[in-house]
Design a protein around this ligand. Sequence first.
Ligand code: SF4
Length: 146
Amino acid sequence: MLRSTSSLTLPERMTLGWGKLRRFYLAHFRPAYVRESLARRVGQCDRTGACCHLMFTCPLLDQKSDPVRCTIHAIKPKVCRLFPIDERDLRDRDIISPHTPCGFSFVPRQEFLARGPAAVREAETHVHVEAIDLPKERGEAHPHGH
Ligand code: SF4
């Protein structure tokens, strides 16, 4: 069950607003960070739609379909396509969906880096930022393994 955006406290709204700015900055100006972070990401989108309710409900979300559906899925913005970029995004989205976790999680950064530079580089080669997409139906395996 998702929280309504009208129930958000001011600090929660500020956290979510800051998260939007952070993601925009990372998605557009920090490609190396995004690549490394996504190389640590495991799981898949469960299509709860929680990330479409951060601060406000996106008007492009079709809430009548089950599961919910992005009406501009094929051309949606990079920030949507990349979500979640890192653990901070998961914390933000958990404000909206405190009882149902995101289908994605992250291998802790220290643990990931401890695998050594070769393993990190290898993991990063499997991240294709421009090709990252959501599965079409709930439960469908993600085409790129993220
Ligand atoms: S994925 Fe689509 S519905 Fe969700 S926030 Fe992005 S544009 Fe809106």
